[in-house]
Design a protein around this ligand. Structure first.
Ligand code: AMP
Ligand code: FE
Ligand code: FE
Ligand code: ZN
Length: 283
C-alpha cells in the first residue's frame, strides 16, 4: 500500500524543519506523496517541490488558511493550488502583513508588562513571512526572558494572558473561494479539534470539497465520525499528521498515513474544477 501525509508544516510558518529536512523524514517513512500546508503562506512550496522531485516523492502544493465561521476558528486546507496565482499571493500577503503587525502588538504589550523584547528579534528568529506566537515564545527564551516555551505561553501568550492578541481570520467561505480561484480544492482541517460540526453544512454549501478525517489528534472513533460525515455530505477524505517538526513535543510525520488513492481523488477534483467549460455550439 502507498501512503501520503497531507498536513505538514515547516520553518515557513510554525514548524521547525526546513522543506529539505521534511522531505528527508518523509523518505524515511516511505511516503509516496506529501503536501506542505504552512499557515497562511505558500513560501516553502517551491523549495519543497524541488526536494520532493529529488527524492521521488509526489508534491502537493498546499496551505492552511486561518478562517472563521459563526465565531468558531476553522482551518481551511487548500490543495493543488497554483502557488503563483496573483489573487492568492495578494491575499496571503495581506494576511502576512496582519500577522507581522500582530507580532509588533504582542511585543508592545510585553513591554507594557516590563518584558523588553524587540519585534526585530522575533522577525530575525522567524525569518518567514508568516510569523506567530511560537516565534515570540522562542524569542523570549532566546533573550533569557523566559526559561521555556511553556512558560512563555503560560505567562504571556495564551488566550487572555497579557500579551495575547487575537488573530485575523477570513470567513470560511472567502477562504474556500480563494482556494478555488487558485485552482485548488478546499478541505476542512482537523474538525475533531474544533468540534463545531454545526458549521459543516454551511461550509459545504460554500463549496467545501473535503474533510480531514485522519489527524494525529483524532481518535479512531473521531475519524469514524468524520468518515460518516464525509459520506453524508459527499466530501472527499484527507488526512495528515500536522507535523510541526520538533515544536509540538515530537515530530509527528509518519504518524498518520493516508492511502494514496485519496490523493488521486483530490487531484481528480482539482482537474475537474479547472476543466474549461465547453460551450455547446448549435450553429
Ligand atoms: P498563532 O497562530 O500565532 O496563534 O500560534 C499558534 C501556534 O502556537 C500553534 O502552533 C500552537 O501549537 C502554538 N501554541 C498554542 N498554545 C501553546 C502552548 N500553550 N504551548 C506551546 N505552543 C502553543
Ligand atoms: Fe501550526
Ligand atoms: Fe490547523
Ligand atoms: Zn496545521
Amino acid at each position: 500500500m502507498n501512503y501520503a501525509d497531507l498536513h505538514l508544516h515547516t520553518q515557513f510558518s510554525d514548524g521547525t524543519y526546513s522543506p529539505e529536512e521534511l522531505v528527508t523524514h518523509a523518505q524515511r517513512y516511505g511516503l509516496v506523496a506529501l503536501a506542505l500546508t504552512d499557515h497562511d503562506t505558500v513560501e516553502g512550496c517551491a523549495r519543497c517541490a524541488i526536494a520532493c522531485k529529488q527524492a521521488g516523492i509526489e508534491f502537493v502544493p498546499g496551505t492552511e488558511l486561518t478562517a472563521e465561521q459563526d465565531g468558531h476558528e476553522l482551518h481551511i486546507l487548500g490543495y493543488f493550488i497554483d502557488t503563483l496565482n496573483d489573487k492568492l499571493l495578494v491575499e496571503i500577503a495581506q494576511f502576512q502583513n496582519v500577522r507581522q503587525n500582530r507580532i509588533r502588538e504582542m511585543v508592545a504589550r510585553l513591554k507594557q508588562n516590563h518584558v523588553p523584547l524587540e519585534a526585530e528579534a522575533v522577525f530575525e528568529l522567524a525569518r518567514c513571512r508568516s510569523p506567530g506566537r511560537p516565534h515570540v515564545a522562542r524569542a523570549l527564551v532566546q533573550a533569557g526572558l523566559c526559561s521555556s516555551l511553556d512558560e512563555a505561553f503560560e505567562r504571556f501568550l495564551k488566550k487572555n494572558r497579557p500579551a495575547w492578541v487575537p488573530k485575523f481570520k477570513i470567513s470560511a467561505s472567502d477562504a474556500i473561494d480563494l482556494v478555488h480561484q487558485a485552482g485548488g480544492v478546499a478541505v476542512l482541517a482537523h474538525p475533531g479539534l474544533n468540534r463545531c460540526d454545526e458549521v459543516i453544512p454551511g461550509i459545504v454549501e460554500a463549496g467545501l470539497d473535503g474533510i480531514e478525517c485522519f489527524h494525529t489528534k483524532h481518535s479512531t472513533s473521531t475519524s469514524e465520525h468524520y468518515l460518516n460525515i464525509a459520506d453524508r455530505f459527499g466530501l472527499l477524505i484527507t488526512g495528515g499528521s500536522d507535523c510541526h517538526g520538533m515544536s509540538k513535543g515530537r515530530p509527528l510525520i509518519g504518524s498518520v498515513k493516508l492511502p494514496y488513492q485519496n490523493v488521486e481523488k483530490l487531484r481528480a477534483r482539482a482537474l475537474e474544477r479547472n476543466r474549461p467549460l465547453t460551450v455547446p455550439s448549435n450553429s
